[in-house]
Design a protein around this ligand. Sequence first.
Ligand SMILES: Cc1cc2nc3c(=O)[nH]c(=O)nc-3n(C[C@H](O)[C@H](O)[C@H](O)COP(=O)(O)O)c2cc1C
Length: 139
Amino acid sequence: MMHSIVYLSSSRVLLDEREMGNIIEKSRINNAEADITGVLIYCNGSIIQVLEGDKDAIHSLFEKIKRDDRHNQVIPLFQGPVNVRSFDNWAMGYSTPASRNMDELKDKLSFIEDPYTQAKSENKIFSLLQVFFKNNHRN
Ligand SMILES: Cc1cc2nc3c(=O)[nH]c(=O)nc-3n(C[C@H](O)[C@H](O)[C@H](O)COP(=O)(O)O)c2cc1C
């Protein structure tokens, strides 16, 4: 069974593009090796990340991420089984939303268009991303 973790955090200092790029680059290598996929959205100092994969694999990664001092105030929003991967082609997708809506992200979310995978967990994860966009994006 596929599992997912979604958490919120705050960057300790305003991470610049280069530092965030280093985190993402490292994540893509490690996650590909551990068969973990997901997305990280960074917006005005706030982070939301979705991790998905084998339960033990994502929990041990989450333990490592929680100890990373480049962010703090890590708040888990969702931990549990999911039917499908929502980001199956992303070892770690990355976005700094510059647009007013989630169109860019929606293109990547296979399950939104697929009526057969409208499971509760997947909808919950999408709702969490939507609320994050709404609360953190400044026009
Ligand atoms: C917001 C945030 C998200 C991160 N996401 C990941 C991730 O998805 N995968 C990963 O391997 N490391 C991630 N990291 C980095 C880890 O905390 C850690 O530095 C890294 O995994 C160490 O890799 P190593 O054990 O190969 O040296 C993240 C760090 C931060 C601050």
